[in-house]
Design a protein around this ligand. Structure first.
Ligand code: 13P
Ligand code: SF4
Length: 305
């Protein structure tokens, strides 16, 4: 049954000249089928350079929107129209405009986990992989507003030594990972290295050995000699880590780090998406043009090696 679905998807994908992009948190069978699987920065780079006619985005809405903004001539499809990111909804363009009015000299950096309207109000976009490099590139005499993730913002403030004007947004999935989860996992696996996503809370990050985007986690385990890793991010991440270094053991930090929106994408929905061109992402041109400026600056600033 599953193999039949996969075969049908492959046939339709070729007929439609489509490419399948998947985030590292997607269900394993989606990751394995995708033409490219990666973190938000890698996916944005792929979306901006693909020559496919159709992009089927296996992830959440802001990712598909980013692909559409960077490749407006292509059809971008999100297989489940309700797959959103609660963090991206935590600030509106109107709220950001008010914040800018209160800090008229400030430059605005928005995390890619944001709506197209918020990107259009921003000077720079960033992902967790290049947020530090983006903020480091900004003139030191200008204040910086960072939205919407307060936790990534604090991580960037610490790494750059800059005071950032933060917004109280957060990822509900990463908020479920607690200090106790890390402590318990460490007790059970004393030889493990703790890798955490910067979206985690500050107490969790303080207990981690390395703070990394999902793509950086893959590079990290490939080169680390550690036999075991405690993984403080969405559980889907265990799958690409195992593929990257199968001989190591991976322990999810707690059992509640599941992003329900990422899990809405299924093989059946991918097939329907290709067959019926569901659900096309559209961004009004005036917003798209302004959001593209911030995104182009983001893809031009790669993280330090
Ligand atoms: P990265 O893959 O860019 O690290 O982002 C994590 C995330 O939460 C995406 O929604
Ligand atoms: Fe949004 Fe968090 Fe899910 Fe990422 S893991 S898509 S930040 S809710």
């Amino acid at each position: 049954m599953v193999q039949k679905l996969i075969d049908q998807i492959r046939v339709l994908k070729a007929e439609r000249r489509a490419v399948l992009l998947a985030h590292n948190y997607q269900p394993p069978e989606i990751q394995d089928l995708a033409d490219f699987c990666g973190d938000s920065l890698g996916l944005s780079l792929q979306a901006s350079k693909t020559d496919a006619e159709v992009i089927v985005f296996c992830g959440v809405r802001f990712m598909a929107e980013t692909a559409k903004i960077l490749s407006p001539g292509k059809t971008v499809l999100l297989p489940d129209r309700t797959a959103g990111c609660p963090m991206a909804e935590m600030i509106t363009a109107g709220q950001l405009r008010e914040l800018k009015d209160r800090h008229p000299d400030a430059l605005v950096v928005c995390y890619v986990n944001s709506t197209a309207e918020v990107k259009a109000e921003s000077d720079y976009c960033c992902t967790s992989a290049n947020a530090v490099a983006v903020v480091q590139s900004l003139p030191r005499d200008r204040p910086v507003i960072f939205v919407p993730d307060q936790h990534l913002g604090r991580f960037v403030a610490q790494r750059t030594g800059r005071d950032l004007i933060l917004w109280p947004g957060y990822c509900p999935t990463h908020a479920y990972i607690s200090e106790d989860d890390i402590r318990r996992a460490r007790e059970q696996h004393p030889d493990a290295v703790v890798i955490a996503h910067p979206e985690c809370s500050e107490p969790v990050k303080d207990l981690a050995d390395a703070l990394l985007s999902t793509g950086q986690m893959i590079k990290f385990v490939r080169t680390s000699p550690a036999p075991c890793f405690i993984v403080a991010t969405e559980v889907g991440m265990i799958h690409p880590l195992k593929k990257a270094r199968p001989d190591a053991e991976y322990i999810p930090a707690g059992s509640r780090g599941v992003c329900p929106n990422m899990k809405k994408i299924t093989l059946e929905k991918v097939l329907t998406s290709l067959a019926d061109r569901q659900y096309p992402i559209e961004v009004p041109e005036e917003i798209r043009r302004r959001a593209e400026r911030a995104l182009q600056r983001m893809v031009a600033i790669l993280p330090e090696k």
